[in-house]
Ligand binder design. Structure first.
Ligand code: MN
Length: 241
C-alpha cells in the first residue's frame, strides 16, 4: 500500500542528487500518529503540513503557514503523500524538485476527531487535534471546493480553544524544533556556496531571502573557523616566548 502511495513522490525526485528519504513506512500497529510541519524555502517559501495516515504522510503545502487565529483561513494545497521517515528530515536539497532548504519547524503527534479519516477526507472536512511543540489543540482542514487553489485547494483553520490566539506563531517561533537553528544555520552545516550559479530562486521575495541566507551562512561558517586560528596563533606565541 505505502509503496503505491509514494509513486508520485518517488517519480519527482532523483535520490542520487537529493538527500531526502526514499521512503520507509510507519509502524502500522502504533496508536500514536506522527505530525510535522517543514518550513521549506524553495522557489517560494511555504510550510509543508503533514499527517501520518496508513503509514505515509498526507501532505499539504501552506504558503503562509498556520495561523492560531480562528478567523484566519490558510490556503493549503494538497500535494503527494510523503514517506513516513520524511517527518525527521531537515537539510539541503541541492538541486531538482524542491531544491532549497528544509527546516523541521514543528513535530509531534496528531489525533483524528472523527471515527473514519478516509471518509472525512472524501467528504472534504477533517477535524483533528495537534500535539506538537508549537501547534496544539483542535484544527480543521476543509476542502475549498474550487473557490481557492483549484481542486487541490483546502483551508487550514484553527478551532476556538485554549490554544487559539493572536500570537503570530510563524514569526514568534521561526526556528527549527530539531536543531534550534534558522535557515542560515542549516545551510552553514553544509556548503553555503552550493547555489553559487543555480540558486533555487533568483528574483522576488524567495530570491532575496536566499541572498541573505547564503551571506549569513558564509558568515556563520567563517566565524566558526576563526576561534581555531586565534588559538593557533596564541599557542605559537606562547611556544616562542
Ligand atoms: Mn515543500
Amino acid at each position: 500500500m505505502a509503496k503505491d502511495r509514494l509513486g508520485t513522490y518517488r517519480a519527482k525526485r532523483d535520490f542520487t542528487a537529493s538527500p531526502e528519504p526514499t521512503g520507509g513506512r510507519g509502524r502500522g500497529t502504533r496508536h500514536v500518529l506522527r505530525y510535522c510541519i517543514q518550513k521549506h524555502l524553495a522557489s517560494h517559501l511555504h510550510y509543508d503540513f503533514r499527517l501520518e495516515h496508513h503509514g505515509v504522510l498526507l501532505s499539504w503545502a501552506v504558503p503562509k503557514g498556520p495561523s492560531l487565529d480562528p478567523a484566519v483561513k490558510r490556503l493549503a494545497m494538497h500535494v503527494e503523500d510523503h514517506p513516513y521517515d520524511y517527518g525527521d528530515f531537515e537539510g539541503i536539497i541541492p538541486s531538482g524538485y524542491g531544491a532549497g532548504i528544509v527546516m523541521l519547524w514543528d513535530s509531534g503527534t496528531w489525533s483524528p476527531e472523527v471515527d473514519d479519516v478516509d471518509a472525512a477526507l472524501s467528504a472534504g472536512e477533517l477535524k483533528f487535534s495537534l500535539h506538537g511543540a508549537k501547534l496544539k489543540g483542535s484544527w480543521v482542514l476543509v476542502r475549498s471546493s474550487g473557490r481557492f487553489g483549484g481542486e487541490r485547494g483546502w483551508l487550514l483553520i484553527k478551532h476556538r480553544d485554549a490554544w487559539a490566539g493572536d500570537l503570530v506563531i510563524t514569526e514568534q517561533a521561526p526556528h527549527s524544533v530539531k536543531s534550534g537553528g534558522d535557515f542560515p544555520d542549516i545551510l552553514a552545516a553544509e556548503d553555503p556556496v552550493i547555489w553559487e550559479s543555480h540558486r533555487p530562486a533568483k528574483g522576488g521575495v524567495a530570491g532575496a531571502l536566499f541572498t541573505d541566507i547564503i551571506a549569513e551562512a558564509v558568515r556563520i561558517k567563517s566565524a566558526r573557523r576563526a576561534p581555531r586560528a586565534i588559538r593557533t596563533r596564541a599557542h605559537r606565541t606562547k611556544v616562542r616566548g
